[in-house]
Design a protein. Structure first.
Length: 261
């Protein structure tokens, strides 16, 4: 009798799943076309994503055209060392990846965060394995109230859930209401975020001597994460890494020329 009831229950659950899929079929994360499984991309979107992988610059994570050897550093990094120790990104900021990033940021698609975070964990495993704090790039309180969520915090929170690394959004504040970075040139972006961040006195002990991983959605010129890295360094961070979902690559590697996010 118990076995029969179990079979009936299992059949009922299966029927419910079938009905649910008919009423609410799974759709592609990128374009909303119907797909076989939820949380996946259709063939078109999948083929339109440029995942970043080795060989790459050991510091910037920008891919090399050919293998330069373990630990190789790009001429750009040697000419202008960044404020952080290393950065990684999961994908190039073009095609379907650009649509995903913009959907998360501008269309309230917070449901995308766990999936994008999974790709970020894969790309930044060498960072995640040693990171002691995950710190999202903070929004100014006025912008947060307007947007209602921080896309960088959503990604960092999802990474924390998937890896067990501490999520620490409260250790740094955005004290300067900056202009939108979209459309600004590199120097203008640097000026815009200068002195934008502050680590409260009571939070410095949480940062001192630790490896902090900055989490953001898109790396464009690096002005924002560099300003935040300098702030964290002054607060005593021992090591600073940057992990983003997407990165705008130098012209030699970009398949298109998207507008900066």
């Amino acid at each position: 009798m118990v076995e029969r009831l179990a079979k009936i229950k299992s059949a009922g659950a299966a029927a419910g799943q079938i009905a649910g899929r008919m009423l609410f079929p799974p759709t592609c994360l990128g374009c909303r076309k119907i797909v076989a499984e939820g949380g996946t991309l259709c063939a078109s979107c999948w083929g339109d994503i440029h995942f970043l992988d080795e060989p790459w610059c050991a510091v910037s994570g920008v891919p090399f055209a050919y293998d330069m050897g373990t630990g190789a550093i790009s001429p750009a990094v040697m000419a202008s060392p960044p404020a952080y120790d290393r950065s990684r990104a999961a994908v190039a900021y073009d095609g379907a990846a650009r649509r995903l990033a913009q959907s998360l940021k501008y269309q309230d698609r917070t449901d995308l965060a766990p999936w994008l975070a999974g790709w970020m964990v894969r790309a930044g495993r060498d960072i995640i394995d040693h990171a002691e704090l995950l710190v999202p790039v903070p929004l100014h309180r006025q912008r947060f109230f307007t947007r209602r969520f921080n896309q960088s915090a959503e990604l960092a929170r999802a990474i924390a859930r998937q890896t067990g690394r501490p999520f620490a959004a409260e250790v740094v504040m955005r004290v300067k209401k900056t202009r939108q970075q979209v459309g600004l040139k590199a120097k203008e972006r640097q000026d815009n975020v200068r002195a934008a961040f502050l680590v409260p006195e009571g939070k410095k002990a949480l940062i001192a001597g630790r490896h902090v991983c900055i989490v953001d959605d898109v790396y464009t010129t690096g002005a924002t994460v560099s300003a935040l890295a300098k702030c964290l360094r002054r607060a005593g961070a021992r090591e600073i890494s940057v992990l983003t979902f997407a990165r705008v690559l130098p012209g030699d590697f970009r398949r298109g020329k998207p507008e900066p996010i």
